[in-house]
Design a protein around this ligand. Structure first.
Ligand code: UDX
Ligand code: ADP
Length: 480
C-alpha cells in the first residue's frame, strides 16, 4: 500500500488529503501538524475549517485510510510520498521584508524529513513558494541525506476556498513539475498515478520544476489582476454614471475575456493573492526586472486604493465624521462560504473606520468573536504564522462589539457596510432594519449584492461599488 504523509493540516493540506483518501482507497493518507488543537479538531465533529462538503468527505474516510496525527516524525518516516503544506508567510524583517516569502517553516520541515527518513521518498511542494524553492529544498535534503534518495516535485494547489471540494473533485488541471532526469520523471509518474484515480489524464499537466512553481504565482497574479482591473473601472463608473455590473457583463461576453472574476468589490482578500503577488514582485526585482515588478505591484496598490476609497465614501457620506456613530459591519470573512479571515478587506475597512472613531458592531455567520478581535489587533502579515506564535487575543477592544445576528448588529446604527457577499445578507428584512436605525440611514454595499432601487424606496441612502451614485453621495466634495 502506498503511504502518503502531508505536513500541515491547514486549508490546503486538510481538504486535499481528504480528497486523495476518498478517491484512492488503496492509499493510506496521514495528515500531520505540530498544532495539537488543530489535529484534535480534524479528529472531532467540529472540523477546524468551514468548507461546504468537507465534513462528508472526511467522515467517509477518517480512520479508514485517512488519519490526522501530531506524530509528525513517525508518519514522515513511514511515508513514500511526503506533501509539504506548511505556512509561507511574507517576511516582516530583514532582506525582502514586506515582499519575500519567509521559508522558515518549509526549511525546518525539509530538515526534519532528511533527519527522520530511512527510505527513499518523493517530497512534494504543495504550499505556494517562490520559484526555485525546490532547488533550495533539494540541497537541504541531499546534504543531509544519510544515503537516502529524495525526489522533489512541485504540485501547486489551485483550489479556491468555499468551493474546495468541487475544485478538488473536478479540477481544471493538476500540475506536476519535476526534474527532467529519469529519476525525476519516475517520481512525476508516481504522483500522476495518484491523481489518475479520478482526474482525466489530459487534465494532468507535467512540466519542469520551475514552470510549475511559477505557474502558481502567475495564475494568482492574473486572477487578482482581473479584480483590480474591474475595481479600477468601478471608480471610473462612479465618476461617469456608468454601472460596473453592466460594463463587466458586456466585456465578459467577449469570449476572449470571459465572465469570471469580474465582480467589482471592496477589494480582494484571502491568503494567496496579495502574498503571491508580493512574492512575484520580489522575484522580478531580484532578477533585475524592475519594470515587470512595478507592473505587478500595481495590482496590489489598486486593491489598497479600493479599500481606502470605500472607507472614504463611508466617512464622507456621513457628514465627514463617524466619530461615536454605530456602524454595522456585515461579513468579516474574505469571501462567502468560508470562515477564513486571512487578508480580508474587512480588516482594513474596520481599521479605517476605527481610525475615525466609529463604534463597530460586527456580524459574520462563520467567524468567531475571538478571531475578529485577534485579526483587528494583529500586525500586517502576522496571520500567516502558526497560531501559537501569533499575538494573543486582546481582552478589551472598546470600540468593537461582535454579535451573532444581522438585526442586532444594525439596531440603532447610523450605517451598514456589506463586506462579505453572504447569501443571507440578500434576504434580510431591510424595512425592519431601516425602522430600527438612526436616520438618515446609510448602506454601503461593498459587494454589489443588494437591490439598490428597493433600498432607496425604503428610504436608505445607498452606495454600491461602481454603481451610479445616490444624489446624496454625488453632491459631496470628496477626493478619492
Ligand atoms: C485563490 C485562487 O482562486 C485559487 O486558485 C488559489 O489556489 C488560491 O487563491 P481563494 O483565495 O480561496 O483562491 O478565493 P478566490 O475565489 O480566488 O477569491 C479571492 C478574493 O477575490 C476574495 O476576496 C473574493 O471575494 C475576491 N473576488 C473574487 C472579487 O472581489 N471579485 C471577483 O470577481 C472574484
Ligand atoms: P494553507 O492555507 O497553505 O493550508 P495554513 O496556515 O492553513 O496554510 O496551514 C499550515 C499548517 O502547517 C498549520 O496548521 C501549521 O501548524 C502547520 N505547520 C507549520 N510548520 C509545521 C511543521 N514543521 N510541522 C508540521 N506542521 C507544521
Amino acid at each position: 500500500m502506498v503511504k502518503i504523509c502531508c505536513i500541515g493540516a491547514g486549508y490546503v493540506g486538510g481538504p486535499t488529503m481528504a480528497m486523495i483518501a476518498l478517491k484512492c482507497p488503496d492509499i493510506q493518507v496521514v495528515v500531520v501538524d505540530i498544532s495539537k488543537p488543530r489535529i484534535a479538531a480534524w479528529n472531532s465533529d467540529e472540523l477546524p475549517i468551514y468548507e461546504p462538503g468537507l465534513d462528508e468527505v472526511v467522515k467517509a474516510c477518517r480512520d479508514k485510510n485517512l488519519f490526522f496525527s501530531t506524530e509528525v516524525e513517525k508518519h514522515v518516516a513511514e511515508a513514500d510520498i511526503v506533501f509539504v503544506s506548511v505556512n509561507t508567510p511574507t517576511k516582516t524583517r530583514g532582506l525582502g521584508a514586506g515582499k519575500a516569502a519567509d521559508l522558515t517553516y518549509w526549511e525546518s520541515a525539509a530538515r526534519m524529513i532528511a533527519d527522520v527518513s530511512k527510505s527513499d521518498k518523493i517530497v512534494v511542494e504543495k504550499s505556494t513558494v517562490p520559484v526555485k524553492t525546490a532547488e533550495a529544498i533539494e540541497k537541504i535534503l541531499t546534504h543531509n541525506n544519510n544515503g537516502i534518495h529524495f525526489q522533489i516535485l512541485s504540485n501547486p494547489e489551485f483550489l479556491a476556498e468555499g468551493t474546495a471540494i468541487e475544485d478538488l473533485a473536478k479540477p481544471d488541471r493538476v500540475l506536476i513539475g519535476g526534474r527532467e532526469t529519469p529519476e525525476g520523471q519516475k517520481a512525476v509518474a508516481a504522483l500522476k498515478a495518484v491523481y489518475a484515480h479520478w482526474v482525466p489524464e489530459d487534465r494532468i499537466l507535467t512540466t519542469n520544476l520551475w514552470s510549475a512553481e511559477l505557474s502558481k504565482l502567475a495564475a494568482n497574479a492574473f486572477l487578482a489582476q482581473r479584480i483590480s482591473s474591474i475595481n479600477a473601472m468601478s471608480a471610473l463608473c462612479e465618476s461617469t454614471g456608468a454601472n460596473v455590473s453592466e460594463v463587466a457583463y458586456a466585456i465578459g461576453k467577449d469570449s476572449r475575456i470571459g465572465p469570471k472574476f469580474l465582480n467589482a468589490s471592496v477589494g480582494f482578500g484571502g491568503s494567496c493573492f496579495q502574498k503571491d503577488i508580493l512574492n512575484l514582485v520580489y522575484i522580478c526585482e531580484c532578477n533585475g526586472l524592475p519594470d515587470v515588478a512595478h507592473y505587478w505591484k500595481q495590482v496590489v496598490q489598486i486593491n489598497d486604493y479600493q479599500k481606502t476609497r470605500f472607507v472614504k465614501r463611508v466617512v464622507s457620506s456621513m457628514f465627514n465624521t463617524v466619530s461615536g456613530k454605530k456602524i454595522a459591519i456585515l461579513g468579516f470573512a474574505f469571501k462567502k462560504d468560508t470562515g477564513d479571515t486571512r487578508e480580508t478587506p474587512a480588516i482594513d475597512v474596520c481599521h479605517g473606520l476605527l481610525g475615525d472613531k466609529a463604534l463597530l458592531s460586527i456580524y459574520d455567520p462563520q467567524v468567531t468573536e475571538d478571531q475578529i478581535k485577534r485579526d483587528l489587533a494583529m500586525n500586517k502579515f502576522d496571520w500567516d504564522h502558526p497560531q501559537h506564535l501569533q499575538p494573543q487575543s486582546p481582552t478589551a477592544f472598546k470600540q468593537v462589539s461582535v454579535v451573532w445576528d444581522a438585526y442586532e448588529a444594525t439596531k440603532d446604527a447610523h450605517g451598514i457596510c456589506i463586506i462579505t457577499e453572504w447569501e443571507e445578507f440578500k434576504k434580510l428584512d431591510y424595512q425592519r432594519i431601516y425602522d430600527n436605525m438612526q436616520k438618515p440611514a446609510f448602506i454601503f454595499d461593498g459587494r454589489n449584492v443588494l437591490n439598490v432601487e428597493a433600498l432607496r424606496k425604503i428610504g436608505f441612502i445607498v452606495y454600491s461599488i461602481g454603481k451610479p451614485l445616490d444624489p446624496w453621495v454625488k453632491d459631496l466634495q470628496v477626493s478619492i
